[in-house]
Design a protein around this ligand. Structure first.
Ligand code: 1HE
Length: 263
């Protein structure tokens, strides 16, 4: 099944229609995120078919995403700027706290709002052409798509401050080293690796994926005492699912493919 908006292409694939590939298709503008495109991303995650268990976000052309569409910024006053930022928050919240885990396939520029979009995803796979920057600093603006909250959680406030104050650009290898991506692959193979991971993620029990997306980031923000309690609640709910019981039985009965293998 294929759904298509001018700048966003959504393909549902896999034997059980369990994977959604959401692709930014505005390569002439380096996939810059116009208001229309941000709203299309929000709508895509709002109306994901119920068969989908994992999603990939990709960008057409040489760059993942050049960030905010700067041509739309020039006329906005302060109040409009506030609402614009809140619109991005709402859209990227649908990515982070939406129905399924999302894997970003990064290549070329992952800059400004493009890095904010990538940081709302659950796994980032970068190929060797990837570079990361926050040019907001040099454009006289600030992050507005949740980057001030999400990016320090990946790389720390000190590194983000440096990126914005000095215009520092991280290459793919350094990006992986500091935590901007969890996987580094050869140029041109990020989409393939992201799809492979999505297929693996889609096989997990849905309640486990739900716990990882919705409980883990909240537990990580809680004081330890509350975190331990929330963890216990989530653990109890997850293990009570019939699917969890079956998976544990499969391991105990020595069924093929359930043992952890050495990396
Ligand atoms: C754009 C945008 C854009 C390209 N908005 N039109 N983001 C930035 O400050 C990054 C700005 N972009 C760049 O630095 C470069 O374009 C790239 C490094 C990403 C790619 O370079 P290159 O040489 O492949 O492409 P180009 O020739 O610079 O751009 C091709 C076209 O895309 C050109 O338009 P054309 O009509 O002249 O062909 C560019 O104007 C257009 N283009 N990037 C609009 N961003 C929620 S707040 C988030 C705040 C931010 O994200 S601020 C950071 C914005």
């Amino acid at each position: 099944m294929i759904m298509h908006n001018k700048d966003l292409h959504i393909e549902i694939c896999g034997d059980d229609k369990e994977i959604a590939i959401v692709k930014l298709t505005r390569p002439a503008k380096r996939n810059a995120l116009s208001d229309g495109l941000i709203l299309a991303i929000r709508d895509a995650f709002d109306s994901m078919p119920s068969t989908v268990r994992a999603a990939v976000i990709d960008g057409e052309g040489d760059h993942f995403c050049a960030g905010l569409d700067l041509s739309e910024l020039t006329e906005r006053d302060a109040g409009q700027g506030l609402h614009h930022s809140r619109m991005w928050h709402a859209a990227l919240e649908r990515v982070q706290y939406g129905p399924v885990p999302v894997i970003a396939a990064l290549h070329g520029a992952v800059v400004g709002g493009g890095l904010e979009l990538a940081s709302a995803c659950h796994i980032r796979v970068a190929d060797e052409s990837t570079f990361y920057a926050l040019p907001e600093g040099s454009r006289g603006i600030f992050v507005g798509g949740g980057g001030a909250v999400r990016i320090p959680r990946l790389i720390g406030a000190a590194r983000m401050t440096d990126m914005m104050l000095t215009g520092r650009v991280y290459n793919a290898a350094d990006g992986e080293r500091i935590g901007l991506a969890q996987y580094l692959v050869s140029t041109g193979t990020a989409s393939e690796k992201a799809l492979e991971l999505a297929k693996r993620v889609a096989q997990n029990a849905p309640l486990t994926n739900y716990a990882l997306m919705h409980a883990l980031p909240r537990i990580a923000e809680q004081p330890a005492d509350q975190g331990f309690f929330t963890e216990a609640m989530m653990a109890a709910i997850a293990q009570s699912a019939p699917e969890a019981k079956q998976r544990v039985r499969d391991f105990l009965e020595g069924k093929a493919g359930t043992k952890v293998k050495k990396a």
